[in-house]
Ligand binder design. Sequence first.
Ligand SMILES: NC(=O)c1ccc[n+]([C@@H]2O[C@H](COP(=O)([O-])OP(=O)(O)OC[C@H]3O[C@@H](n4cnc5c(N)ncnc54)[C@H](O)[C@@H]3O)[C@@H](O)[C@H]2O)c1
Length: 477
Amino acid sequence: MEISIKNICCIGAGYVGGPTMAIIAERCPHIQVEVVDINEERIRDWNQEDFEKLPIYEPGLAEIVKKCRGKNLHFSNLVKEKIEEADMVFISVNTPTKKKGLGAGKASDLKWVEACARQVAKYSKEHTIVVEKSTLPVRTAEVIKSILNETKGTLVDTNIKKTFDVLSNPEFLSEGSAVKDLLQPDRVLIGGESKDAIQALNEIYLNWVPSEKILTTNVWSSELAKLTANAFLAQRISSINSISALCEETGADVREVARAIGSDSRIGEKFLNSGPGFGGSCFKKDILNLVYLSEHFGLPEVANLWNSVVTLNTWHQKRLATLITKKLFGTLSNKIIVILGFAFKANTNDTRESAAIKICKDLLDEGAILKIHDPKVSAMQIEKELNLSPYKSNESGKENFKEGSWNKIEDMKNIFNNADAVVILTEWEQYKNMNWIEISNKMRRPSWAFDVRSIVDPKEIINSGINFWRIGDGSQN
Ligand SMILES: NC(=O)c1ccc[n+]([C@@H]2O[C@H](COP(=O)([O-])OP(=O)(O)OC[C@H]3O[C@@H](n4cnc5c(N)ncnc54)[C@H](O)[C@@H]3O)[C@@H](O)[C@H]2O)c1
């Protein structure tokens, strides 16, 4: 039986739900797309008049929201009402690592997903296709199904049966390029049993995705493929970062090594940039989830392999903070360090699990005074991540900083005054071509620049008289 989708409800207006639904709305003007969330502030921000202030920054997203919002794209807290109207419900809520109880520190916390399943079970009408968009452990669809099936039955006042299909449709977008990734995905993955439900979701994607890029699998393969994709990507980052440490010791250059191995078509050139270690809300949590599943199914060797990817990442971030401290004569007490970039990568305002958090905390513990700049991350967000209030200016307007304190500086002109070091942590475009002679003149000597992203020309920095270190460059020892 052909199912035609007219009303979509997406539960969760976050980094995945917001952009994904904006693209569906834009590409499918015949479908009404309702994005609902329990977070009132987030929904208020999605409905902001000023499109620059949407809660999620992604290049190109504001323009799409502007085009569709109020027409076939709506953001609200009306969870019950919008589930009632929907033929298809996407579950796109957070699935963080469990903090306590069984599987704490590794397994995904499914309480938000379970809550959604219960809401769908309660409020939906007639036939509803439930789509898992969140990244979930293998066999979660079974949990959702059993909750839904408990309530399956006849609607009391209408004699109409409530029925459900559950599909897995994990999202592979990368923050910072979400719009491009959604418009031109490498693949769309749909896992499910019901041919009609798969076809209904397929029809939506076919509005802009070529059919050969839409893969269908069973539900379990689809769920596991998402975890595996993130584990493989993170593994490449840990692998190249491990080699960067070796390069620094041996006189090799990680960029040259990466180019040499990346031109092997079996390896490929992507995800071979050494940097401050992976961040973002997904990689660590998804690998830990894989570790938990492997342990659960009695496969400790598999668990150990993936766990080492996370261990290396943590070690690498610590290594960078230690290295900065050592270069600055082993003490950061009252030294001013400029941190360029706090987001976990460029083109996003997301700071979850950003390497900058760990590195900044370590530098603060050593007594440094941090002046942090990021074009898209607010001071409030940094305060939340560092769990420390910024220093304030005193009455005369002078900076009133003390050992182990930080502040966010908006104005790049004055940020370098009297600084002992500059650390580039996020690869924002504007950090790539700075005037290092001007910067050098403002800094205290001996001054240092640490390019953890390999985005500046070493010659320019060295010529400016600043001592220079960059990741994985063994020639500087
Ligand atoms: N962020 C990424 O780059 C990315 C990429 C691919 C997949 N994923 C996965 O997608 C899922 C969502 O990630 P995100 O980054 O969008 O998370 P997020 O935290 O940005 O957004 C989740 C939203 O869900 C809302 N929510 C939670 N429970 C709810 C409920 N019962 N009813 C209504 N709203 C509810 C929260 O208030 C929040 O706004 C996760 O499973 C994540 O692993 C994320």
